[in-house]
Design a binder for this molecule. Structure first.
Ligand code: MF3
Ligand code: CO
Ligand code: CO
Length: 249
């Protein structure tokens, strides 16, 4: 599939979708404390989306059974919220998407719950820096590889690794559109970025090995070596100037 460029009007709709999903994500983060049951997060997201008349993009996506992804500690992405209780010191990634007036917004954040180790705090901080450096590289005229190169450079310079088997993506009428947006690469690789491209930039950064494995539930992705992982994501639009972050509250 070719890369679909979005009009100003479509980007405006995506910014509204992004505001909704970002505010609900904030609510979920506020709910996080030792003792929170993962399913509570899913219930809140489902209720809020229904109240605001937006569709839960993840629910039913390739059979995914929930509205939110909750990935804890060595889980990287796509954790299914269940009866598990969040504990003091857990590193919790929450990923959320909604569909509003036919357009998707996709965003994720990682939070340390309660008393968190310095190692975990540092991983979370660096992964968020990776996201912002990736966003800063998403400029008209640059190549797509500049985004991954910026992310990879930040992560690896801090002794971390970037996940290869899962990547960011174009986003629009579908959650996953072309192009794929790797969190690694070289600045002279890939298509030239144009205004109107809307991308989900989402570094997944591990303390140890970059390789992943999948649980028997066929969704939960975790690090092969059991090391901690963090994930941040924004949906952004490439413009003729500064990249516009669409998933802000
Ligand atoms: N939101 C995830 C991403 O960032 C994909 C979730 S897959 C689903 O690409 F099945 F959980 F919806
Ligand atoms: Co996401
Ligand atoms: Co995404």
């Amino acid at each position: 599939m070719p890369i679909v460029l979005k009009s100003e009007e479509e980007i405006g709709i995506m910014r509204e979708a992004g505001g909704i999903v970002a505010r609900v994500l904030q609510m979920l983060v506020e709910r996080l404390r030792p003792g929170t049951v993962e399913k509570e997060l899913d219930e809140i997201a489902r209720r809020e989306f229904a109240r605001q008349g937006v569709a839960p993009t993840f629910l039913g996506y390739h059979g995914y059974p929930a509205t939110v992804c909750v990935s804890v500690n060595d889980e990287i992405v796509h954790g299914i919220p269940g009866d598990r209780v969040i504990r003091d010191g857990d590193v919790v990634s929450i990923d959320l998407g909604c569909t509003y007036r036919g357009f998707v917004a996709d965003t994720a954040v990682t939070v340390g719950v309660g008393r968190v180790s310095r190692k975990a705090k540092r991983l979370i901080k660096v992964t968020e820096e990776c996201l912002w450096r990736g966003i800063a590289a998403a400029r008209e005229g640059a190549r797509l590889g500049a985004i991954g190169a910026a992310i990879q450079e930040r992560a690896e310079s801090q002794g971390y690794s970037v996940v290869r088997e899962y990547v960011g993506h174009g986003v629009g009428r579908e959650m996953h559109e072309d192009p794929q947006v790797p969190n690694y690469g070289l600045p002279d690789q890939g298509p030239v970025l144009r205004r109107g491209m809307v991308l989900a930039i989402e570094p997944m950064v591990n303390v140890g090995d970059w390789r992943t494995k999948r649980d028997p539930d066929n969704w939960t992705v975790r690090t092969v070596d059991g090391s901690l992982s963090a994930h941040f994501e924004h949906t952004i639009a490439v413009t003729d100037g500064e990249p516009q972050v669409l998933t802000l509250p």
